[in-house]
Design a protein around this ligand. Structure first.
Ligand SMILES: *Cc1c(COP(=O)(O)O)cnc(C)c1O
Length: 353
C-alpha cells in the first residue's frame, strides 16, 4: 500500500454536504408511471433518424452549441435562433443558468413544493434556496417571491409535482419588478394551453426552459433547451460549455421537431382525454386529485408511501412523496394510454387500505 491510499479523501466544499446522489432508478416494473415521460413511446421520425445514424461519424465532436438544432427549435417556438440555448437535458440548462446568474453565494427563490432538482442544482453551485408557499389559489405569490430579494426567481409552470400553472400576468409582474434572472421552467409546455413563450420577447430577464424529455418522448437522449434574450443565452452558454448535446441525440431531436409534431399533438390530445377520464374515475372512488395542466396528476393520500410500495409489488410504479409542503403525503401518477390507466386503477384499488 502506498502512503497516499491511507490518507483520508478530500472533503467537498460546503453546500455539497446537503446534497445526496439522485435516487432516480425506480427499478424494473411492468408499468412505470413514475417519471412523466411520454408513455406513447418515441416519435416515428426520430426513431428512423436513430436507425439511420452513421456511427462511423462518432469519431468527430458534435457541433459545439448545436447550431442546426437551435434553428429547428427557433422555428418550432417562434423565436430567433440567437434566443435559443441547448443542453444535455433541461437540467443542464437550469444548472448552467443558476451557476451564471447565482452570483457565487447568491440566493434563488422558488415555491415549495416544486421540481426536486432545483434545490440540488442551486446548492451544488453554491447558491442558497429560499422557498415560499403557494398562494391559497395555487398560484405563485408575487410579492413574497420579490421580497426575498434573490439573485434568481424560479417558477415552474405547469409545476411539478402539483400540475398547477402560474398565470402569465403574475410571471410578467415578477419580471417587471425584478432585477435578477427569472427562470420559467416549462418542461410540460406542450400539455398546457397557455404559451409563456411571448414573455421572452418583452422581458429581457426571463429564461424559459423546455425539454425533449416529456411530450417529445426522447428522455433517454437528454436534450433540453432555454429561450431568452441573446445576452442571457450567451451567459448560459459560457457557463454550460461546448458539446453538451451529443451527435446521436442532436440528429434525433432535429428529426422530431421537423417531422413529428403531428405525433406529439396526437399523444397530447389522447393524454388530455385520459387525464380527465382518470380524474373522474378517482373521484368516484372518493379520491381528490389536484387539478393538473401536465401529463400527470397529484393525488393527496395519507398512506401514499405504503400504497406506492404495495402497487410496485403488483407491477405498477408511481411516484410517492412522503410530505409535500401544504399538501402532505401524495402520489404522482403519469398519464398514459388507457390500458396503463386501467392497470393503475386495478393496482390502486387493491393497494389502498
Ligand atoms: C422532467 C423535468 C425537467 C427535466 O428534464 P430534462 O430531462 O433534464 O430535460 C425539468 N423540469 C421539470 C419541472 C421537469 O419535470
Amino acid at each position: 500500500m502506498t502512503q497516499s491510499s491511507t490518507r483520508r479523501p478530500p472533503v467537498s466544499r460546503s453546500g455539497f454536504d446537503q446534497v445526496s446522489v439522485y435516487d432516480g432508478d425506480t427499478g424494473l416494473c411492468a408499468i412505470d408511471l413514475s417519471d412523466n415521460t411520454n408513455l406513447w413511446g418515441v416519435p416515428p421520425s426520430a426513431l428512423r433518424a436513430l436507425e439511420r445514424f452513421s456511427f462511423a461519424d462518432t469519431r468527430r465532436y458534435p457541433p459545439a452549441y448545436s447550431a442546426e438544432l437551435k434553428d429547428s427549435l427557433a422555428r418550432y417556438t417562434g423565436v430567433d435562433p440567437s434566443m435559443v440555448v441547448t443542453g444535455c437535458g433541461s437540467d443542464d440548462v437550469l444548472d448552467a443558468a443558476i451557476r451564471a446568474f447565482g452570483n457565487h453565494q447568491g440566493t434563488l427563490t422558488c415555491c415549495d413544493p416544486t421540481f426536486s432538482m432545483i434545490p440540488v442544482l442551486a446548492r451544488i453551485n453554491g447558491v442558497d434556496v429560499l422557498s415560499k408557499p403557494f398562494d391559497a389559489d395555487g398560484d405563485i405569490p408575487v410579492d413574497e417571491m420579490l421580497s426575498a430579494r434573490s439573485d434568481i426567481i424560479y417558477v415552474c409552470s405547469p409545476n411539478n409535482p402539483t400540475g398547477s400553472s402560474a398565470a402569465i400576468e403574475r410571471i410578467r409582474s415578477i419580471a417587471d419588478q425584478f432585477d435578477g434572472l427569472v427562470i420559467v421552467d416549462c418542461a410540460y409546455a406542450e400539455y398546457s394551453c397557455t404559451s409563456i413563450t411571448p414573455l421572452v420577447e418583452s422581458c429581457s430577464n426571463v429564461l424559459i426552459t423546455r425539454t425533449m424529455s416529456k411530450a417529445f418522448g426522447l428522455a433517454g437522449l437528454r436534450v433540453g433547451y432555454g429561450l431568452g434574450n441573446p445576452s442571457i443565452v450567451c451567459e448560459v452558454e459560457k457557463s454550460r460549455g461546448p458539446y453538451k448535446v451529443n451527435a446521436f441525440a442532436g440528429v434525433a431531436a432535429i428529426a422530431a421537431i421537423e417531422n413529428d409534431l403531428p405525433w406529439v399533438e396526437a399523444t397530447v390530445a389522447e393524454m388530455l382525454v385520459n387525464r380527465s377520464r382518470l380524474v373522474s374515475r378517482l373521484e368516484k372512488l372518493g379520491a381528490s386529485p389536484i387539478r393538473s395542466d401536465g401529463n400527470f396528476i397529484l393525488l393527496p393520500l395519507s398512506d401514499a408511501v405504503e400504497v406506492s410500495k404495495r402497487m410496485f409489488e403488483t407491477g405498477v410504479a408511481v411516484r410517492a412523496f412522503a410530505n409535500l409542503a401544504g399538501i402532505g403525503p401524495a402520489l404522482r401518477i403519469t398519464i398514459g394510454p388507457w390500458e396503463m390507466m386501467d392497470a393503475f386503477l386495478t393496482a390502486f384499488e387493491k393497494s389502498v387500505s
